[in-house]
Design a protein around this ligand. Structure first.
Ligand SMILES: *[C@@H]1O[C@H](CO)[C@@H](O)[C@H](O)[C@H]1NC(C)=O
Ligand SMILES: *[C@@H]1O[C@H](CO)[C@@H](O)[C@H](O)[C@H]1NC(C)=O
Ligand SMILES: *[C@@H]1O[C@H](CO)[C@@H](O)[C@H](O)[C@H]1NC(C)=O
Ligand SMILES: *[C@@H]1O[C@H](CO)[C@@H](O)[C@H](O)[C@H]1NC(C)=O
Ligand SMILES: *[C@@H]1O[C@H](CO)[C@@H](O)[C@H](O)[C@H]1NC(C)=O
Length: 441
C-alpha cells in the first residue's frame, strides 16, 4: 500500500527533486523495507520528502480533541484529560515518551514546556532558537552540534501556531565531518467526503556536506554507506496513526515528533481533533554528554536549571520580557543554514547593533512585544488585513518600535504612533498607545 513517486508540482514547494510517500494504511513490512531504503537516499541534499497520512489518533477526549494512540482519556475532577500509560510520559495529545528522555514541548497555541518543565509563551512571528547543544564523546572522538529553530505563523483570530522547524547538525567523528540541515512543515485539510482529516507532512533537505580529512577526494553531498556518520544523519518517517512527522538521529538518541497546524483551510487550529505541536527529545545517555559551557542557553533551558524565571529575576524583569529577550538575543544561528526572512533578520541584527546595552534592550522589550502579543490588536490586525498585508505590517511595526526606542528617537516614535494605525487599520496596542515619545529625550 506504499508507493513512491517523483512529484513535480507541489503547492508549497519548488523543488523538482521530491520523493512522495503515500501510505494511507498502518505501516506494514513492505513500508518498513521501503523506508529503510529511503534512509540511504536521504543523505543527498536538496531532496524533499512528502508524506500523506489520515490517521484518526486515539480516543476522543473533551469537546474537540483526541488523545494520541497510546494514551487514555481520564476524567480528572470533571475535566477530560489525555493521560500517557504509566511507563511513558508527555503531552498525551501529542505523544508519549519514556520517562528518562529529556523533552522540550512546543504545543498548541504555542507554548513551550522546556527541559526544566517550565512553561513559556512563544509570541513571535519571527524564527526563534529552541536549543543549541554541543555534545562530546571522547571515547568515540566525536563532537556533535545540534541546533533547532521554530517558526510560528499568526492566524486569523490572533493565535500563533508552530508551522516550521529547522534542525541542523555539525558532526566531527575522527577524520570525518558532516553538516546537515532539514526544514519541516506541513498542512491539514478536511476530507472532501466528511469527517476525517488529511495531513501533508514535508521534510526538506536544505544542506548536506560530507568530507574526510584523510581523503581529499571525499568531499560529497552524500554520506558513504560504510561511514560511521551514517548513524548521525536525520532519518525521516511518518506516524500514520497520529499524523506525526518523525525525525530521528539514532547516534545521538534524538527524536522529533511534529504535527503541523492547518494553513488557510478555514479550519480553526484550536479545535482540530489532533492538537498541533512538536516535541524534541534526547535520551539521558546523550544529555549527560552535553557540554553546557560550550552550548547556548536558549528557551529549552537545562534539566537542572537555571530556569527562565530565575534568569528573569536576576535581570529584574518579568518572565515574558525575559523570554522575548532570549528569543531576540540568541536568535542568530551558530551552525550557518538558512537565510532568515529579511525583516526578521533586520529585527535580530538591530537588537545587537542598535540596542547597544542590555538595559536599553530590556527597556524596549517592556513595550514593543505588545505588537506580537496584544490579543485585541492581533484579532483586529488579522481580520482587517489579508495574510500578506498583516505579516509584513506586524514585522515592520516591530522594527519601527525597536529602532525608535533603542535609538531614543522621539520623532521616529511620534511618526510610528501616527502611521501605524493607518498601516495596520487598527488602534495601537495599549502599551504603544500609552508610550510617551517625548520621554525618550
Ligand atoms: C503505542 O501503541 C502501539 C500499538 O498498541 C505499540 O505498538 C507501540 O509500541 C506503543 N508505543 C510505545 C512508545 O509504547
Ligand atoms: C518554512 O517557512 C518558510 C517561510 O518562512 C518557507 O519559505 C519554507 O519553505 C518553510 N518550509 C521548510 C520546510 O523549511
Ligand atoms: C484514509 O484514506 C484512505 C484512502 O483515501 C481511505 O480509504 C480511508 O478510509 C481513510 N481513513 C480515514 C480514517 O479517514
Ligand atoms: C546576549 O547576546 C550576547 C551577544 O551575542 C551574548 O554575549 C550574551 O551571552 C547573550 N545573553 C544571554 C543571556 O544569552
Ligand atoms: C551606544 O551607542 C551610543 C551612540 O549610538 C554611544 O554613545 C554609547 O556609548 C553606546 N553604549 C554602549 C554601551 O556601547
Amino acid at each position: 500500500m506504499v508507493s513512491l513517486r517523483i512529484s513535480e508540482s507541489l503547492p508549497t514547494l519548488t523543488d523538482q527533486n521530491t520523493l512522495e510517500v503515500t501510505s494511507f494504511c498502518p505501516r506494514n513490512m513492505i513500508a518498513q523495507v521501503l523506508l529503510a531504503a529511503l534512509v540511504l537516499g536521504l543523505a543527498a541534499a536538496q531532496q524533499t520528502f512528502v508524506f500523506h497520512t489520515n490517521g484518526t489518533g486515539g480516543v476522543e477526549c473533551g469537546k474537540y480533541h483526541r488523545c494520541s494512540t497510546n494514551a487514555t482519556c481520564e476524567n480528572i475532577k470533571g475535566t477530560h484529560m489525555c493521560e500517557c500509560p504509566h511507563w511513558l510520559e508527555g503531552n498525551a495529545k501529542i505523544f508519549c515518551l519514556p520517562h528518562p528522555d529529556h523533552k522540550v514541548w512546543i504545543q498548541s497555541d504555542p507554548h513551550m514546556k522546556n527541559f526544566h518543565n517550565e512553561f513559556a509563551s512563544l509570541r513571535s512571528p519571527c524564527r526563534y532558537k529552541v536549543l543549541y547543544l554541543y555534545i562530546t564523546d571522547p571515547e568515540k572522538d566525536l563532537i556533535a552540534e545540534v541546533e533547532l529553530f521554530g517558526e510560528n505563523f499568526l492566524f486569523t483570530g490572533g493565535d500563533y501556531f508552530l508551522t516550521n522547524l529547522t534542525l541542523s547538525t555539525r558532526i566531527f567523528y575522527g577524520t570525518e565531518f558532516m553538516r546537515q540541515a532539514m526544514g519541516f512543515e506541513g498542512n491539514v485539510m478536511k476530507d472532501v467526503d466528511g469527517e476525517g482529516y488529511s495531513y501533508l507532512l514535508v521534510a526538506k533537505s536544505v544542506e548536506m556536506e560530507f568530507s574526510d580529512e584523510s581523503d581529499s577526494e571525499s568531499k560529497s553531498d552524500i554520506v558513504p554507506e560504510e561511514s560511521p556518520l551514517l548513524l548521525y544523519t536525520m532519518d525521516v518517517e511518518e506516524d500514520v496513526l497520529d499524523n506525526l512527522l518523525t525525525v530521528k538521529i539514532y547516534g545521538l538518541g534524538i527524536s522529533i515528533y511534529f504535527r503541523p497546524p492547518s494553513k488557510g483551510e478555514g479550519l480553526n487550529n484550536l479545535q482540530l481533533p489532533l492538537v498541533p505541536g512538536a516535541v524534541f527529545s534526547i535520551d539521558d545517555t546523550h544529555m549527560k554528554k552535553v557540554n553546557i559551557e560550550k552550548s547556548q542557553y536558549n528557551l529549552a533551558a537545562w534539566p537542572q536549571g537555571p530556569s527562565l524565571a530565575d534568569l528573569a529575576k536576576s535581570l529584574k524583569v518579568s518572565k515574558p520580557v525575559y523570554i522575548q529577550y532570549l528569543m531576540l538575543n540568541n536568535s542568530l544561528p551558530i551552525i550557518p543554514v538558512l537565510d532568515p526572512e529579511p525583516i526578521c533578520h533586520e529585527i535580530d541584527t538591530s537588537f545587537q547593533e542598535k540596542c547597544n546595552s542590555t538595559e536599553i534592550q530590556l527597556y524596549m522589550l517592556k513595550t514593543c512585544p505588545s505588537i506580537y502579543a496584544d490579543k485585541t490588536f492581533l484579532e483586529c490586525l488579522t481580520e482587517k488585513n489579508t495574510e500578506e498585508e498583516y505579516v509584513s505590517a506586524q514585522r515592520e511595526f516591530f522594527l519601527d518600535c525597536e529602532l525608535s526606542l533603542c535609538l531614543k528617537d522621539a520623532k521616529a516614535c511620534e511618526e510610528m504612533k501616527k502611521d501605524m494605525p493607518i498601516r495596520t487599520k487598527c488602534p495601537l496596542p495599549k502599551k504603544i498607545e500609552e508610550l510617551d515619545c517625548s520621554s525618550l529625550g
